[in-house]
Write a new protein. Structure first.
Length: 316
């Protein structure tokens, strides 16, 4: 009995060892099959990406190489980065161009405004010079520095007018002097000249007996004509006063007075032309530095009307 126990013990141990090995092998096979099934399912479901070479290695096959395959060129990071930058750069360039165009337009407007301001300032200065010259002539005062300003600003536009004003200022004649001179020789102007012959006196007396004239015709009475000359002179109508005095019986005694009155009238016309030039001349007026004013006057006519007439074309 004891021998049987000892004799069977090794066999039982061998049996237990054999059962354990089979179990391990079966478990390993099941695990391998389960893992393969899981991998196949994941690949089939798209959750696990496997290359052809890996799949062939798993299946125990050698992958076949294609006859001719060009190597895939991966895009460089610089190319990938520059691809979306092209439209962005174009948009930025167009924005810069629009800003530059806007700045150029603004600069052009500023240039026009500056030129207009400079031209208007030059016209205002020229008008002030003309007004100061008129006041000096009316008072009979010397021109002084105004002579140089007249030559500088108006010498190119109205040379004859400038020369007339300067010449009149050298021997000034005022309106008060003309009125006083007319009153001083009133008696001689209304009387017949001393050397008048008898026949001339008779004709003059007969012509004054019956006079037929229109209502707007000046009276032939010497005193009436003298009063008219005074009125015209005080209102600045020197040419009309000269005409009235020249029709008086003693007009021969007013020769010097008529010369002075005509010189005064010429100076007044020259001053009027200078003031008109300062206001309206489009291109011949000069600044204080002698530069031409290339700016149309805001109060001037349209360009089709042309520039102000030159003084040389008018008679003083």
């Amino acid at each position: 009995m004891r021998e049987d126990i000892y004799s069977t013990a090794p066999n039982g141990t061998a049996a237990r060892r054999g059962l354990s090995l089979r179990t391990v092998l079966m478990a390993a096979a099941l695990a391998f099959l389960g893992g393969a099934a899981l991998v196949g399912y994941l690949v089939w479901d798209g959750r696990l990406a496997m290359s052809e070479r890996d799949l062939a290695a798993m299946m125990g096959e050698t992958p076949s190489k294609p006859a001719s395959s060009a190597p895939a060129v991966a895009p460089s990071p610089q190319a990938v980065a520059s691809a979306p930058a092209a439209p962005v750069g174009a948009v930025a360039a167009s924005g810069v161009d629009s800003r530059v165009a806007a700045l150029e337009q603004r600069l052009a407007r500023l240039d026009l405004q500056a030129a207009a301001a400079e031209g208007n300032a030059a016209r205002a200065e020229g008008l002030l010079v003309a007004l100061a010259t008129r006041r000096a002539l009316e008072r009979g005062a010397p021109l002084g520095y105004l002579s140089d300003q007249l030559k500088l600003r108006f010498g190119a536009a109205q040379p004859v007018a400038v020369e007339t004003i300067i010449r009149s200022a050298a021997t000034p004649v005022t309106l008060d002097q003309l009125v006083g001179g007319l009153d001083a020789m009133a008696a001689r102007l209304t009387e017949a000249p001393v050397n008048e012959g008898g026949w001339q006196r008779l004709r003059r007396e007969l012509s004054g007996l019956f006079v037929v004239r229109h209502d707007d015709t000046p009276s032939t009475n010497p005193m009436t004509r003298l009063d008219l000359a005074r009125l015209l002179l005080r209102t600045g109508q020197v040419d009309g006063a000269i005409d009235a005095v020249s029709r008086l019986p003693g007009a021969a005694a007013a020769g010097d007075w008529i010369v002075q009155a005509r010189r005064y009238a010429e100076a007044e016309r020259a001053l009027d032309l200078i003031e008109t030039t300062a206001l309206l001349d489009p291109d011949r007026l000069r600044t204080a530095s002698g530069q031409s004013v290339r700016q149309p006057s805001p109060a001037g006519p349209s360009p089709a009307a042309g520039p102000v007439a030159n003084a040389s074309e008018q008679s003083f």
